[in-house]
Design a protein around this ligand. Structure first.
Ligand code: ADP
Length: 185
């Protein structure tokens, strides 16, 4: 059973490439961003608590997302594509423990690399089209900063385990999907 982590900065194309990967390997797509946005849309107590934080581009606390993932992993029978998780080293360590409870482990981490000027361009473009409330210039700057300080070390965590696969995230959606397929096998 494959358990793949898709990794990259905001705007790197994780969501788009996730669709291809889950299709090909028949995985459950679990996106923490989508799960958290659903809590906000449903106005659950959690959603109400995290809305301003997310709109400001800050990370939600580790405890909250780890608990969400615990439930998601327990319910899964196919294999998972983790999108937007882990975003801190503490989350990466927790993920190893959660999977180990079910005698599973991370198969590999796909690191989509895109230069920062292109990231900003894509995020502003998406802001125009989708109107996501966290896609504006101030919030984007916060998200990229959170990424650099808290999330980038996660790439090292997987590199140290020999699980990091670097993919060039520039080019057409199909080209990038092809590169990922070649790399995962
Ligand atoms: P993107 O990668 O494009 O910034 P996501 O949809 O993955 O967007 O995440 C949107 C927001 O959801 C993040 O800025 C953060 O506030 C919150 N979030 C998502 N995943 C996590 C996580 N693993 N830990 C903490 N916060 C998270």
């Amino acid at each position: 059973m494959k358990n793949i982590v898709i990794f990259g900065a905001p705007g790197a194309g994780k969501g788009t490439q996730s669709d291809y990967i889950v299709d090909r390997y028949n995985l459950n797509h679990i996106s923490t961003g989508d799960l958290l946005r659903k809590e906000i849309a449903d106005q659950t107590p959690l959603g109400i608590r995290i809305k301003s934080l997310m709109d400001d581009g800050q990370l939600v606390s580790d405890d909250i997302v780890i608990e969400m993932m615990d439930k998601a992993i327990a319910a899964d029978t196919r294999g998972i594509l983790f999108d937007g998780f882990p975003r801190t080293v503490a989350q990466a360590q927790a993920l190893d423990k959660l999977l180990a409870k079910h005698s599973r482990e991370v198969t590999c981490m796909v690191d989509l690399e895109v230069p920062s000027d292109e990231l900003m361009r894509r995020l502003l473009e998406r802001a125009k089209i989708q109107g996501r409330s966290d896609d504006n210039e101030t919030t984007i700057a916060h998200r990229l900063e959170e990424y650099r300080t808290k999330t980038l070390p996660v790439a090292e965590y997987y590199a140290a385990q020999g699980k990091k696969i670097v993919i060039d995230g520039l080019g057409s959606v199909e080209d990038i999907a092809h590169r990922i397929r070649q790399a995962i096998g």
